[in-house]
Ligand binder design. Structure first.
Ligand code: SF4
Ligand code: SF4
Length: 130
C-alpha cells in the first residue's frame, strides 16, 4: 500500500450529500470558522447558501493547474469524516483510491491491517470503533 498521493478521487465523492458532519463539528465551525459554517444547513454539508441545495462538488477542493494534485482549503479544520478517510479497503476500492496496489487487492486482510497502521494517529482500527 502506498501513501496518499492527493489524487482527490475521495474528495470528488463529497458533493451532493456524500459527506456528513456531527452537530458538535458544526457548532465548533459556527464559533471558530463561520466561513465553513456558512456551508452547513440543518446539520447537512455542503450546502450552497444561495440555493439551499447541496453543492455538486466539495467547495473546498482545489486542483493544481495540471489537475494531477488536489488540496483541501480547510485542511486543518476539515470534517472528521475526511480526517478519518479511508476507513476500510472496501471504501478504497469503491473510490478507486490510489493508495491501493495490485498486491493489496489480492490480500485484503493484510491490506486492511496496513491501512490501520497508516491511519493509527487519525482513527481507531476498522471494526474497533467505541
Ligand atoms: S473538506 Fe477537504 S478533505 Fe473533505 S472532501 Fe472537501 S476538500 Fe476533501
Ligand atoms: S483517493 Fe486515496 S490516494 Fe487519492 S486523495 Fe483520496 S486517500 Fe489519497
Amino acid at each position: 500500500m502506498k501513501n496518499c498521493n492527493s489524487c482527490g478521487k475521495c474528495c470528488e465523492t463529497a458533493g451532493n450529500g456524500g459527506l456528513a458532519a456531527t452537530a458538535e463539528e458544526i457548532d465548533w465551525w459556527e464559533m471558530h470558522r463561520p466561513d465553513i459554517a456558512r456551508y452547513a444547513q440543518d446539520g447537512k454539508i455542503w450546502i450552497d447558501p444561495d440555493t439551499g441545495d447541496y453543492f455538486a462538488r466539495c467547495p473546498w477542493l482545489k486542483r493544481s493547474p495540471d489537475s494531477r494534485k488536489t488540496m483541501c482549503e480547510i485542511y486543518e479544520d476539515r470534517p472528521d469524516e475526511c480526517r478519518q478517510y479511508p476507513i476500510d479497503v472496501e471504501q478504497m476500492i469503491r473510490h478507486d483510491c490510489e493508495m491501493l496496489q495490485p498486491f493489496d487487492l489480492k490480500h485484503l486482510k493484510r491490506a486492511q491491517r496496513k491501512l490501520d497502521e497508516i491511519m493509527i494517529d487519525s482513527r481507531p482500527p476498522a471494526g474497533r470503533w467505541p
